[in-house]
Write a protein that binds this ligand. Structure first.
Ligand code: NAP
Length: 253
């Protein structure tokens, strides 16, 4: 039965940045499909923990600062010690800094690149080593952006980081496909979360954005749950190195 191939029963997924927003939407989606979740955040993910436990799944709360790579070994160790294995990694944690390119600071460049692409690569590397040792493959899902495809305005390091995420997704897929590890990305469109508070508060920009989205609305965290479960499951075993836009049609316009 085809729907069985979407089941994640008995699997373990690490989701970074799941205390809110898109990460929470995907963590809850994965748990609904049967996954236990290792949530990696700086702040307490109380609401996400509650939602996942209500679904009858386990939630392991791992605190880490992904602006540096020092905490990465502990994320893998806690997952394996407490849940026995890692089947899925969702690299969702991300930040954005806005300023004109002409005034953009080196700090705003480095901060964004460190969280959005450097830690994505090194956490993927650490998890891939564990998946290879387990010998049963795995699924890595990176969170890209419309700015993996487009230039954007006033977000130079964000555009660089998310373009980098799409590139490195392809590279990791090429190198690890032989271990049955699939590495794909989801590029969310304009989604209503903390990350876009400033844009939605600006009436003019908000109208410009909504008018350009064929679906006529901002995306919601739940909109990512289905694509995330698909990419985490056996249903997508022959999908590798691809970045799927979940954007209400934005890129088609
Ligand atoms: P959000 O509501 O601002 O959430 C960001 C998440 O990242 C939080 O859980 C945060 O956890 C975590 N995070 C940030 N810095 C971290 C650090 N140094 N160490 C560990 N965790 C850290 O943003 P969102 O909109 O849900 O975004 C999630 C992902 O989707 C990001 O990669 C973003 O770039 C991407 N995205 C968003 C949109 C959109 O329209 N919203 C569109 C395309 C792509 P703490 O609170 O604990 O720091």
């Amino acid at each position: 039965m085809i729907l069985d191939s979407f089941s994640l029963q008995g699997k373990v997924a690490i989701v970074t940045g799941c205390n809110t927003g898109l990460g929470q939407g995907m963590a809850v989606g994965l748990a609904s499909a049967g996954c236990d979740i290792v949530g990696v955040n700086q702040s307490e993910p109380a609401e996400t923990k509650q939602k996942i436990e209500e679904l009858g799944r386990k939630f392991i709360d791992v605190r880490a600062d992904l602006s540096k790579t020092d905490d990465i070994p502990n994320i893998v160790d806690r997952s394996v010690t407490e849940l026995g294995r890692i089947d899925v990694l969702v690299n969702n944690a991300g930040i954005i800094r806005r300023n004109d390119a002409i005034d953009f600071s080196e700090q705003d460049w480095d901060d964004v690149m460190n969280v959005n692409v450097k830690s994505v690569f090194f956490l993927s590397q650490a998890v891939a080593k564990q998946m290879i040792a387990q010998g049963e493959g795995g699924k890595i899902i990176n969170i890209a952006s419309m700015l993996s495809f487009q230039g954007g305005i006033r977000v130079p390091s964000y555009t660089a980081s998310k373009s980098g995420v799409m590139g490195v997704t392809r590279l990791m897929a090429n190198e690890w496909a032989s271990h049955n590890i699939n590495v794909n990305a989801i590029a969310p469109g304009y989604m209503a979360t903390n990350n876009t508070d400033a844009l939605r508060a600006d009436e003019k920009r908000n109208k410009e954005i909504v008018d350009r989205i064929p679906a006529g609305r901002w995306g919601k965290p739940e909109d990512l749950a289905g694509p995330c479960v698909f990419l985490a499951s056996a249903a997508s075993d022959y999908v590798n190195g691809y970045t799927i836009a979940v954007d209400g049609g934005w890129l088609s316009r």
